[in-house]
Design a protein around this ligand. Structure first.
Ligand SMILES: Cc1cc2nc3c(=O)[nH]c(=O)nc-3n(C[C@H](O)[C@H](O)[C@H](O)COP(=O)(O)O)c2cc1C
Length: 157
């Protein structure tokens, strides 16, 4: 199989286990959010974070307009939330408990860690944007992470 075949590439990248976050923001017509695994710390010294957002994501387009993002690192028991925030065309916040971060972003109740940042740069790469944000807030809660690996949700043993 050709290494650049899309299915093969997906299979290979699926071997990279990640945590799962929900990126959030409050647009004029209410809170928005989407499940994301391409998130990380870019630079501890300058407190920069990054994530990749699909240009097809309506939630991302609205969050981008706000200019401030919330990052909810999901806990092991939050797979249902990960699924809700990965679906399109639904009222994702219906029945979800959340509170406001210092700069207004939605923080989902029960998350493992919370971050909030100001968007500093958005670079387009075809069907995805690479977003760099500068942290304004970060905190943790006790617990274990939700993990995504080879197309499925896992918890640490
Ligand atoms: C485990 C997992 C990881 C995902 N990671 C990303 C990601 O890194 N970037 C992204 O744009 N979408 C990612 N998605 C897909 C978005 O969650 C999905 O396209 C989005 O929620 C669609 O909703 P919207 O139409 O409201 O934007 C991921 C989905 C799942 C299930």
């Amino acid at each position: 199989m050709n290494s650049f075949d899309t299915a093969h590439r997906k299979e290979v990248f699926g071997h990279y286990a990640t945590g799962v976050v929900v990126i959030t923001g409050v647009s004029p017509d209410g809170p928005k959010g989407f499940t994301c695994q391409t998130f990380g710390s870019l630079s501890v010294d300058s407190a920069l974070i990054f994530f990749a957002a699909s240009t097809a994501s309506s939630s991302w387009q609205r969050i981008r307009e706000v200019g401030v993002v919330g990052v909810n690192i999901l806990k092991s028991d939050q797979e249902p939330l990960a699924r809700v925030f990965a679906a399109s065309g639904t009222d994702k916040f219906s029945g979800v408990s959340w509170f406001r971060a210092p700069n207004g972003s939605p923080f989902l109740e029960g998350s493992l860690a919370y971050l909030e940042g100001t968007i500093r740069e958005v670079t387009n790469h075809g069907d995805h944007d690479i977003v760099v944000a500068e942290l304004d807030f970060a905190s943790t809660e006790p617990g274990d992470p939700l993990v995504y690996y080879r197309g499925g949700y896992r918890v640490l043993d």
